[in-house]
Design a protein around this ligand. Structure first.
Ligand code: ATP
Ligand code: MG
Length: 675
């Protein structure tokens, strides 16, 4: 195998893939084969007879993990059920599933995504009798995260300590509901390892070979977790690119590279300098851009490939013309150059830019998938199904219970809910517990009707809970549940004049159910419990969906990290979009300089996703909220040498909107003259 490996890797990559012992650090530019090295390193380990269960590879997204595991399987030609390739978060879940009771939690915990987290904060604020009007949830969540991940303390000057009571309320509620947030998935395993050294020892004994991709974006906590694990064998290989560090707002910190050098001083460093992904032009442009960042490790990056075609920059009138241009181009590329849709990607800085482009793609029947936006799992009807499953798996999960209690309407009214909440609060129990108590109590403060309604609901839970916990025929049970609660009737009732919308929603529910079915029938799936499914989708919803091939990719730059496409469009290359308006001032994330450098890295990531051809679009005007704004080109364009980029003259065609405004103006003028 090793001789074969030699033909698949350059000498430095080969070194990196075959030196399996001791700490190894690879900091190298985009497209230099870092991820490829990890993949081949795993196959090399397996070929040398290292046990698959000793290997742990940590990637940044679930999609990257699936792809890597798939590739390794393909290369070694066998199934690898004991190989662990996962994200930090999924790995955290795996650990907690086994040991969370040691930390005083119950099994079958729920995982809250940002929306659930927001609802919970709201609920806590209400309990504290805080006015919701002035509460900035984004600010709350980022403060809570800083505290939880120990990046800050309440006494720190930049921290708003008036939020402390809310945080404490939040923390105790999630314990009561047996629900974890994303930060807990990393924090609790660290607590576990620190409080129970024998558990840590067990993991160290098992995982003798650890690898981390996209190391520049690991958070301080993730680093801590990784270090605890790796401190046993010290066979740890990390690969990354400081120029692609784009998550500092979330607490990722490329100081980790320095920490790694400090904590593993015996490390060996390997440099990869050849880019295998992009044409000379694209690489040149990216290199010139990133040179303007001061805070970076200087790296060489060259390509043996040819120069390729120039980058093209278009300046459409407005965002509608931009969407039309992009779609025209995609159709041409597909028809004339036989470029597959899935080899094309449209990158956007913020989710808000997706809508116009999506509408145009839809109007033309161009197949597309959207990643990093509002995911399928966040659609209200799908969320209803998820909440039912969650509530059945863990009835103490109040947020899910509140969501489904009256969906469909069950007549559990505000009064009853108040009684429930009061009881739950005074007794320190969940709402579900309170419901049970209210039904059993002799001197129940609630009326007969309400009591019967609650009883019906509790009966529904106790009928379906065992079915779902049995781990068999989950989709079938869910279908039975949907029929039992007459969800269709509910949808029709919600949209009395619009059966089309009701049908669309029901179709999503059916899609959800069949994806559950597919998942549970997958022969590779060794433990199809409802609990595993819920964890999987909560984590997957963070970065991707499971759609198949053959679709144009529409995604945020953040979620394009590590990926590559033949053709890349970057839309909205405008000042205030990239660099983002927020980063033009000092804020929670950092100083102006730091923010600017992060935006530049983001643009660097975007440019380096392209293999063959890059199109940029910069609109002359854009509708922002309701206002039509005049836009200027992103200043980053000027950092790319002129000879690499073909800047097209601005489109002069008058947009419909402008024509309309002009017409109105003229009408007014004439009216004035007539007066
Ligand atoms: P990023 O920084 O964007 O994550 P990366 O350093 O992880 O990039 P890869 O994705 O591993 O780079 O590799 C980029 C592309 O170059 C891939 O298509 C990969 O298969 C190809 N490649 C890397 N090394 C070689 C090689 N030695 N021979 C042929 N192709 C290679
Ligand atoms: Mg990579």
């Amino acid at each position: 195998m090793s001789t074969q490996l030699k033909s698949l890797l350059n000498p430095e990559q080969y070194e990196a893939a075959t030196n399996l012992e001791g700490p190894l650090l690879i900091i190298a530019g985009a497209g230099s084969g870092k991820t490829r090295v990890i993949t081949y390193r795993i196959t090399e380990m397996l070929n040398q007879g290292i046990n698959q269960s000793s290997i742990l590879a940590l990637t940044f997204t679930n999609k990257a993990a699936r792809e890597m595991a798939g590739r390794v399987k393909e290369l070694v030609g066998r199934k690898l059920p004991q190989l662990t390739v996962s994200t930090f978060h999924s790995f955290g879940v795996q650990i907690l599933k086994k040991h969370i009771t040691l930390l005083g939690w119950r099994e079958n915990f729920s995982i809250y995504d940002t929306n659930d987290q927001r609802s919970l904060i709201k609920e806590c604020a209400r309990e504290l009798k805080w006015s919701l009007e002035y509460l900035d949830f984004g600010h709350c969540m980022s403060t809570f995260s800083r505290i939880k991940t120990r990046r800050s303390k309440w006494s720190d000057p930049e921290i708003d300590d008036s939020l402390q009571p809310l945080y404490e309320e939040y923390q105790s509620h999630r314990k009561l509901y047996n629900a974890l947030d994303f930060d807990d998935l990393i924090r609790l395993p660290i607590d576990l390892f620190q409080q129970h050294p024998q558990v840590l020892e067990e993991y160290r004994k098992r995982y003798k070979y650890i690898m981390v991709d996209e190391f520049q974006d690991t958070s301080i906590q993730q680093y801590e977790m990784m270090k605890l694990l790796a401190d046993g064998s010290r066979n740890i290989c990390v690969v990354g690119d400081d120029d692609q560090s784009i998550y500092s707002w979330r607490g990722a910190n490329f100081d980790n590279i320095r920490n790694f050098e400090r904590d593993f001083p015996e490390l060996r460093e390997i440099k990869l300098e050849q880019n295998y992904r992009s044409t000379g032009t694209i690489l040149d442009a990216a290199n010139h851009l990133i040179k303007n960042n001061k805070n970076r490790k200087i790296k060489a990056l060259w390509t043996g490939g040819d120069g390729g075609k120039p980058i093209e920059l278009y300046q459409p009138q407005d965002e509608r013309a931009e969407a039309r241009f992009i779609c025209d181009m995609i159709q041409t590329l597909n028809l004339k150059e036989q470029i597959h849709y899935h080899d094309i990607s449209i990158l956007i800085r913020t989710n808000a830019l997706a809508r116009g482009i999506e509408e145009e793609l839809m109007a033309r029947n161009l197949p597309y998938r959207i990643t990093g936006g509002t995911s399928f799992f966040e659609r209200p009807e799908v969320k209803d199904m998820i909440s039912y499953l969650r509530c059945l798996a863990n009835p103490d999960d109040d947020i899910s219970l509140l969501r489904i209690m009256n969906t469909p309407r069950r007549g559990i009214g505000k009064k009853t809910l108040e009684h429930m909440t009061e009881l739950a609060q005074s007794q320190g129990m969940s709402l579900y517990g309170a419901m049970q108590a209210l039904v059993l109590a002799n001197d129940s403060p609630i009326g007969k009707r309400a009591r019967a309604d609650i009883e019906d609901f509790l009966e529904l839970i106790s009928e379906f809970r065992p079915k779902l916990l049995s781990g068999k025929d989950l989709a079938q049970s869910l279908r039975a549940l949907i029929a039992k609660i007459d969800y269709w009737g509910h949808l029709v009732g919600e949209h009395p004049n619009n059966e089309r919308v009701a049908k669309f929603k029901l179709r999503n529910v059916e899609l959800f159910t069949s994806s559950l079915e597919q998942w549970e029938k997958d022969p590779d799936n060794l433990s199809p419990s409802v609990f595993n499914y819920l964890n999987r989708i909560t984590l997957a919803g963070k970065d991707d969906d499971d759609s198949e091939e053959g679709k144009v990719n529409l995604m945020t730059i953040h979620s394009a990290k590590g990926l590559e496409f033949d053709v890349v469009f970057i839309a909205g290359v405008e000042e205030n979009i990239i660099p983002h308006q927020r980063s033009l001032e000092e804020n929670d994330a950092g100083s102006y300089e730091e923010n600017m450098e992060e935006e530049r890295r983001l643009f660097y990531v975007a440019l380096t996703r392209a293999k063959m051809k890059l199109y940029l679009t910069s609109c002359q005007q854009r509708k922002v909220m309701r206002d039509l704004m005049s836009m200027t080109m992103s200043p980053f364009i000027e950092e790319i040498p002129e000879k690499l980029i073909d800047i097209k003259e601005p489109d002069t065609e008058i947009s419909e909107e402008e024509a309309h405004n002009y017409f109105e103006l003229m009408k007014k003028k004439f009216a004035a003259v007539e007066e």
